[in-house]
Write a new protein. Structure first.
Length: 85
């Protein structure tokens, strides 16, 4: 039933296996801080408003300013600048 509903709304359902504890680990590690730092602090009036806020959070804050331990404590943008020619 959930798969059919996702498809009805034009979404691609999860491809992970049932009960796989690692299936959502990556997205959950990103979603939780965004939920706390952005989404839970404001009452959004429209989907467009929240979509724009999520884009700005990810593109401006997370990728340009937020330091990532897996990248040696530099931002995603700094990492790309150092590792591209």
């Amino acid at each position: 039933m959930p798969t059919r509903r996702a498809l009805d709304f034009g979404l691609v359902p999860s491809m992970g296996s049932v009960g796989d504890r690692y299936g959502n680990a990556m997205i959950e590690s990103s979603w939780s801080p965004m939920q706390v730092e952005l989404l839970n602090r404001t009452r959004w009036k429209t989907r467009v408003e929240v979509s724009n806020a999520i884009f700005e959070y990810l593109e401006i804050f997370h990728n340009r300013r937020s330091r990532h331990s897996s990248l040696g404590m530099i931002s995603g943008v700094e990492y790309e600048l150092c590792h591209t020619s």
